[in-house]
Design a protein around this ligand. Structure first.
Ligand SMILES: NC(=O)c1ccc[n+]([C@@H]2O[C@H](COP(=O)([O-])OP(=O)(O)OC[C@H]3O[C@@H](n4cnc5c(N)ncnc54)[C@H](OP(=O)(O)O)[C@@H]3O)[C@@H](O)[C@H]2O)c1
Length: 294
């Protein structure tokens, strides 16, 4: 298929690479041009402007946040203006429920399709084409996009025909991951200060009741205290908890644990955490406990 791809950050570069590997004709655009040029060797064409990435049947966005996606899609010279009627915008960024609803309306008014297809998996998983894709939108758009979603992920889950429902699922998933990071960080601070080797502790956890990937991935990062380089940057993690709380507020759903996580992220960011991986909130409990790493 003829595909545009806007946003070649940690995740986007791997996703666009997977589309190229699957044989699709991909035109990429990125604010920082060098990241787009790096994909030329893999067969990508580079667009000078966003509109140049909107000439195909589908355009993906994988940008940092609401502001970037809103600009790319709705500003003058953006996707809404550039995309042909019948073509589809697939939004894979983790964005707010509110923006997803606005994008769905705007594209429908222009006779275009809109699919929310946020993903689970870190940059190395994106590079391997093994993401989990959580998609929602009109069945025709889902069917048309299926080969592309298959190229970027190992499995696609269709939530419903309302795009924003996929964004809500994604935000709730990141809430659960952040909850695990925080609770693991607390448990590991406890056993660590009590003299237990964190790696041995993690082996016991993951070989018994806690064998899920999220415990393995984040447990290892916390045990190592290895929060750089960031795979998923802390400011983006904070953004997700903020968007989750906004969705919860709209629906009148109290999320006391999410409010706590919000403060954990603010603590991290206030203490030079801007460039760390979001799992660095899992190191705060050890710091609070006065645990010094050997
Ligand atoms: N990293 C993960 O593990 C992960 C996993 C699942 C979902 N996500 C979500 O996926 C999205 C992308 O994450 P990422 O880790 O790839 O982020 P990233 O590495 O920080 O990349 C962000 C991308 O957005 C662009 N961008 C940021 N602000 C912009 C603006 N104001 N105008 C135009 N372009 C802008 C950046 O362009 P430049 O290159 O010019 O800076 C870059 O292409 C986020 O919504 C994130 O929450 C991330």
């Amino acid at each position: 298929m003829k595909v545009g791809f806007v946003g070649l950050g940690r995740m986007g570069v791997g996703m666009a690479g997977s589309l190229l590997k699957a044989g699709h004709e991909v035109t990429v655009y990125n604010r920082t041009r060098a990241k787009a040029d790096a994909l030329v060797a893999h067969g990508a064409r580079v667009a000078e402007e966003i509109s140049g990435a909107c000439r195909g049947e589908v355009v993906f966005t994988m940008l940092a946040d609401d502001e970037a996606v809103e600009n790319a899609a709705l500003a003058s010279g953006g996707i809404l203006e550039g995309l042909a009627p019948g073509a589809i915008h697939i939004s894979s960024s983790t964005i707010s429920v509110g923006l997803s609803e606005r994008l769905a309306r705007a594209h429908a008014d222009s006779g275009q399709g809109f699919l929310a297809a946020p993903v689970f998996g870190r940059p190395e998983v994106a590079e391997a084409g093994n993401l989990f894709v959580v998609a929602a939108g009109a069945p025709e758009a889902v069917a048309a996009a299926a080969p592309l979603l298959e190229a970027i992920g190992q499995k696609t889950f269709i939530v419903s025909d309302t795009p924003a429902s996929a964004n809500l699922v994604k935000l709730s998933g990141n809430f659960l991951i952040a909850s695990v990071i925080e609770s693991l960080g607390e448990a590991m601070a406890l056993v660590g200060k009590g003299g237990v080797d964190p790696h041995r502790y993690l082996e016991i956890l993951t070989a018994t009741l806690f064998g899920a990937p999220v415990y393995k991935t984040y447990g290892a990062l916390i045990a190592e205290g290895k929060f750089e380089p960031a795979g998923f940057a802390a400011p983006l993690g904070q953004k997700d908890i903020r968007l989750l709380l906004a969705a919860a507020e709209d629906l009148r759903v109290p999320l006391p644990l999410a409010s706590l996580l919000r403060d954990r992220f603010l603590t991290l960011l206030a203490h030079s955490g801007e460039n760390l991986d979001w799992s660095a909130i899992g190191g705060l409990a050890a710091r609070d406990a006065g645990v010094t790493r050997k």
